[in-house]
Write a protein that binds this ligand. Structure first.
Ligand code: NAD
Length: 459
């Protein structure tokens, strides 16, 4: 099979065309990685730390090139692409410290002499399956903790982000078979889950369910970060202008193609009317534009199929009586663009309120009070990140406890979280351990308990 990716802003621009290795090639790559793993672990903490530090240097030294490739291959606006490159380097530097961190503890025996030790060891080969929307940061936030703890890595990037992953691997320049990038699709992804010792997946809910089923059937550790249908709650005491600006960024930024993007805006009581006006104005000001231009917030969506699905959803909502408060149309330009769109009066049973559409389209809802707002926010299975907009700290803390979301952001866009904090959702949005920070170091290692007793008479 051949893997091809195109420029979403200019579909005539073919970014890369490479052969995929197929299932046998994938299994062979995992075997090579398995053979390389003991040497990578034995190289020691200093060697692994230095390799990750050099990788961070290389990413920084090629920041402009990587940002331009991210714009071209996945249509990410240049300002966000630069931010992703900087984050990628920061993640590598953060995990470059991890090889020196303690890997266990010493305990007192319940009785008698001896030492009881706990120690965490790597699983072996980490199989990483990634989406296209963060083509540098997601591969690295999985690979860096896996490598730091002494695993080797086989990464299967999304076909749409193949060129970014191949260039990243070249720049990281790790020893042979320590980090392998395998271009491919479902065949290679499935083969990787069948052969790896630990699996980390990020992508859509349907694919995630298949990956979880296959990995758990093999009895190997697996984590999956999947789709989100994220809400924002705006309370009557919020700064409405500030909330509208944050919401517009969370709806339209990178054309709504972040798993943490906002797609359901819930205005409580008297917040509704002023928010309706302010958000419609803020979104109308962010028209879909060339992602290479410095001022662009909303670029194209990833494919013609994604565009058709979004346009179809907006069309069917309109036909069902929805009001278009902003956008709703395709701009008159080449590429897979749709204007940032805000809909109101959407019928409760419409798919826009149940499924992730992964585009710059949001629905505005009214809630009579906080209880109704929380019920509306929690009414989906895909609760990844929720934002809350209020001036009251008491309300913010109380709401944070009652929301199902894995990540709650107060007076901020739902999208975005620091790279050293646990990352993940609730209910169907996530499976298994959290990503990032210490949680990732724990996920890529298994604990063991060692009891050391005297070999003979101590006297
Ligand atoms: P996708 O599910 O189509 O693909 C994800 C990856 O899985 C790709 O590498 C793909 O080739 C691979 N794959 C496909 N079929 C497979 C199979 N049968 N077995 C193993 N691997 C298989 O998702 P996508 O379109 O690349 O990414 C967009 C999705 O990712 C959205 O749903 C978004 O919400 C989600 N996402 C979630 C997070 C998060 O942290 N929760 C972050 C970013 C993106």
């Amino acid at each position: 099979m051949t893997v091809i990716s195109y420029n979403p802003a200019d579909p005539a621009d073919l970014v890369v065309e490479v052969r995929a290795p197929g299932a046998f090639g994938t299994a062979a790559a995992v075997e090579r990685a398995r053979a390389a793993q003991p040497g990578w672990l034995a190289a020691g903490a200093a060697a692994r730390s230095a390799a990750l530090g050099r990788a961070a240097d290389a990413v920084e030294a090629h920041a402009d090139e990587l940002a331009a490739l991210t714009v071209r291959e996945v249509g990410k606006p240049i300002a966000e692409a630069r931010g992703e490159v900087a984050r990628t380097a920061a993640i590598l530097r953060y995990y470059a410290q991890a090889p020196y961190a303690p890997t266990g503890a010493v305990h007192e025996p319940a009785a008698g002499p001896g030492l009881l030790l706990t120690r965490r060891r790597p699983h072996g080969v980490a199989g990483l399956i990634t989406p296209w929307n963060f083509p540098l940061a997601i591969p690295v936030w999985k690979a860096a903790p896996a490598l730091a703890t002494g695993n080797t890595v086989v990464l299967k990037p999304a076909p749409e982000a193949t060129a970014c992953a191949l260039r990243l691997a070249e720049l990281l320049d790790l020893p042979a078979d320590v980090l392998t990038v395998l271009p491919g699709g479902a065949e290679e992804g499935g083969a990787l889950v069948s052969a790896a010792d630990v699996v980390s997946f990020t992508g859509s809910t349907a694919t995630g369910a298949a990956v979880i089923a296959a990995a758990t059937a093999r009895g190997i550790p697996v984590q999956a970060e999947m789709g989100g249908l994220n809400a924002a709650l705006v309370l009557p005491d919020a700064d409405i202008e500030q909330a509208a600006a944050h919401l517009a960024a969370a709806i339209a930024g990178y054309a709504g193609q972040k798993c943490t993007a906002t797609s359901k805006v819930i205005a409580v009581g008297e917040a509704y009317q002023p928010l309706r006006e302010a958000l419609a104005k803020a979104l109308s000001a962010l028209s879909a534009a060339d992602p290479a231009l410095p001022g662009t917030a909303c670029g194209p969506v990833i494919s013609q199929a994604a565009l058709d699905r979004l346009a179809g959803a907006v069309g069917s909502a309109r036909a069902a009586g929805a009001t278009v408060l902003a956008g709703g149309e395709r701009p008159d330009r080449e590429g897979w663009f749709i204007e940032p769109t805000l809909l109101a009066e959407v019928p409760p049973e419409h798919p826009l309120l149940a499924e992730e559409f992964f585009g710059p389209v949001a629905v505005l809802l009214a809630a009579a009070d906080l209880d109704e707002a929380i019920a509306l926010a929690n009414s989906t299975r895909h609760t990844l990140a929720t934002s809350v907009h209020t001036r009251s700290l008491d309300t913010a803390l109380a709401v944070a406890d009652r929301l199902d979301a894995g990540m709650i952001r107060v007076n901020a866009p739902s999208s975005g979280v620091d790279f050293h904090l646990p990352f993940g959702g609730a209910k169907a949005a996530s499976y298994g351990a959290r990503e990032q920070g210490q949680a990732a170091l724990d996920f890529y290692t298994a604990g063991r308990t060692v009891s050391l007793l005297p070999a003979g008479d101590l006297r």
